[in-house]
Design a protein around this ligand. Structure first.
Ligand code: KIV
Length: 272
């Protein structure tokens, strides 16, 4: 059992703010199903993100845009059934919050009621301010997401580093301060220069969690299947692979195929 697990029985949004205040870094990983979430929660990860990256990782879409609210709820409900300790944050998918604040609130309420998740995350700054306020007024915790926001990929055109130019960096800083001011409990910063991310983390009192945003922030998030090396065609500089499961799984499955073909499986002990 990790030290962190002893310290915090159950992670809440307040725990995360306390962690920032105490200088304890926050660990966050994605999960999209019961079995993986059980392992992630048991290993002591503070926050599980049911990310709309499920659209890529679980469904094989090229972007995060196609995943639906119903599909996000299905993934999140499985994750929630698995956890004892982690805070579960669920992404509001593309199209479920951008058109108007009432729709955003309805979508967030469905996530909270039907999946049992503990908070929602949504992408964008001042463009979605009214939607965020509406959700917060209903008592639903909101995590912001700035920098590279994959739901806007067709506007950006590429997945390269964001906010390298002053104008975009200034807007990002303003958006981060606005998210704190209206009551978001944390912000994800994706793929921006480390110096800018650190500046943002130092200028707000809520936790800033980075992915491809350097080490000067309050915590880190990675996509589980990437850090376990289950995906193997994706090599961004920020990704540390802790395993090479793609190779290990391929070898194990090939061995099984060969055992079946050669009548090696099942053996005498593996039957009734
Ligand atoms: O959907 C996702 O996995 C995310 C992370 C990359 C932060 O939003």
């Amino acid at each position: 059992m990790s030290v962190a697990k002893k310290d915090y029985k159950r992670i809440t949004v307040k725990t995360l703010v306390d962690m920032k205040t105490n200088g304890e870094k926050i660990s966050m990983l994605t999960a999209y199903d019961f079995t993986m979430a059980k392992i992630v929660d048991g290993a002591g990860v503070d926050v599980i993100l049911v990310g709309d990256s499920a659209s890529n990782v679980m469904a094989g879409h090229e972007t995060t845009l196609p995943i639906t609210l119903d599909q996000m709820i299905y993934h999140a409900a499985g994750v929630v059934r698995a956890i004892d300790r982690s805070l579960v944050v669920v992404d509001l998918p593309f199209g479920s919050y951008q058109s108007d604040p009432k729709e955003a609130l309805r979508s967030a309420i469905r996530i909270m009621k039907e999946s049992g998740g503990h908070a929602v995350k949504l992408e964008g700054g001042k463009e979605v301010k009214e939607s965020i306020k509406r959700i917060l007024h209903a008592g639903i915790p909101v995590m912001g997401h700035l920098g590279l926001t994959p739901q806007s990929i067709y506007k950006f055109g590429t997945y390269t580093v964001r906010a390298k130019e002053d104008a975009e960096a200034d807007k990002l800083k303003e958006d981060a301060m606005m998210l704190e001011r209206i009551g978001c409990f944390a912000i994800v910063l994706e793929k921006i220069p480390a110096k800018l991310a650190q500046e943002v983390a130092e200028s707000v009192s809520i936790p800033v969690i980075g992915i491809g945003a350097g080490n000067g922030v309050d915590g880190q998030v990675l996509v589980l299947h990437d850090m376990l090396g289950m995906t193997h065609e994706f090599h961004p500089r920020f990704l540390r692979r802790y395993m090479n499961l793609y190779e290990d799984m391929t070898n194990s499955i090939s061995q099984y195929v060969s055992d079946v073909k050669n009548l090696d499986f099942p053996n005498d002990e593996e039957q009734y």
